[in-house]
Ligand binder design. Structure first.
Ligand SMILES: *Cc1c(COP(=O)(O)O)cnc(C)c1O
Length: 360
């Protein structure tokens, strides 16, 4: 059937140009005579790949010198534990609960200390980002934790909470390298690569140097201590060499397109096309409050489960795949990550228009 428009929330679509470039290097990388998959992580070729990936990311995100970039494994989910293990000196942390991913992070943090949920949007099934004007940050909190783009519910912070002198920790998995962020406002940022940057199995942690210490919770595994990764250039053990290579290619692709400002403009244009359609449709409805809408993940429904099913099936017949909503919320969800072309969203909207004419 050829390549489809893949609206998956992750692992997700990758730029075709990058896939072809990788294909071209699959058997022999440069003059190494071997595939990146076959290379020692201690080789000069791989070291250059690792440093190239880090340099590209530093340039893309304008990462200040007092922040380290770590390439680790275990998925975003392992950072749910690594964050408290590395930061919970007083065994207290504040969390803002905006959906499934913060719930999991909260559950994990509770294994190590006291969690104060200082704001939540659970009362309306996480369809908005809570008002943060009167946030009460706990005096003894070691950090404040947010998930900045909520992949399942399709919400995104339009501004950051004011955490005073408490480090802000942000899970940016599903908005990673999709728009510029001011890194100096955060203590720690982390993202699984498989949403917006590369293949599954790689996590990028960006942490301020003073938060990377030996003073971690007793019993913290060596591998989960950020200091271990920082001191060893992310090569305490064998890193995800393939993931680092592919992700580096994606960073380079974004740089060549003009960096994160250009990426944000592209992403806004794509999201606007779908949101405008949803706002004017009599059949389809977006589920998220307007001021909290994500640029990356857009959930919508018809209000009728049978019609949703029929629509998803018609999408499939038209080369539009993985449009089904998360199993916990139902309906539809279109993930418009960096690699989704504008034409993909046009194709989706065309199928929606036709479906509305025939079923509205
Ligand atoms: C997908 C996702 C995760 C979990 O990532 P894994 O790599 O599957 O552990 C965490 N946070 C957010 C926001 C995500 O979208």
């Amino acid at each position: 059937m050829g390549r489809v428009y893949n609206f998956s929330a992750g692992p997700a679509c990758m730029p075709e140009e990058v896939l072809r470039e990788i294909q071209g290097e699959l058997l022999e990388y440069g003059s190494s005579g071997m595939s990146v998959m076959e290379m020692s992580h201690r080789s000069k070729d791989f070291e250059d790949i690792l440093h190239g990936t880090e340099d590209s990311l530093r340039k893309l995100m304008s990462i200040p010198d007092n922040y380290k970039v770590l390439f680790v494994q275990g998925g975003g989910s392992q950072q749910f534990a690594a964050v408290p293990m590395n930061l919970m000196k007083n065994r207290v942390a504040d969390y803002i609960n905006t959906g499934a991913w913060t719930k999991k992070a909260i559950k994990e943090a509770k294994l190590y200390g006291k969690v104060n949920v200082i704001a939540s949007s659970e009362d309306e099934t996480f369809t908005y980002i809570p008002d943060m004007s009167s946030l009460k940050i706990s005096e003894d909190a070691d950090y404040v934790y947010i998930c900045q783009n909520n992949t399942i519910y399709g919400t995104r912070y339009s501004e950051l909470p004011d955490t005073g002198d408490k480090p802000l920790v942000s899970d940016i998995s599903s908005m990673f390298v999709s728009e510029p962020l001011n890194v100096s406002k955060y203590g720690v940022l982390y993202a699984g690569a498989q949403k917006n940057a590369g293949p599954a199995g790689l996590v990028v942690v960006i942490a301020r140097e003073d938060l990377i210490t030996d003073d971690v919770l007793p019993g913290t595994p060596t591998m989960l201590k950020w200091k271990t990764q920082a001191d060893n250039d992310s090569m305490y053990n064998t890193p995800n060499t393939w993931g680092i290579y592919v992700t580096g290619k994606i960073f380079k692709w974004i740089l060549d397109l003009g960096g994160l400002e250009a990426m944000k403009a592209r992403n806004e244009k794509k999201a606007a096309l779908l949101y405008d359609y949803l706002d004017n449709s009599k059949l389809f409805k977006g589920t998220v409050r307007k001021d909290s809408r994500s640029l990356m993940n857009i959930p919508f429904v018809t209000g009728n489960e049978e019609l949703d099913k029929k629509f998803i099936s018609e999408c499939g017949e038209n080369g539009i795949k993985n449009i089904k909503g998360h199993r916990s919320v139902g309906g539809m969800r279109a993930s418009l990550y960096n690699a989704m072309p504008y034409e993909g969203v046009e194709a989706l909207v065309a199928v929606m228009e036709k479906f509305e004419r025939e079923n509205g």
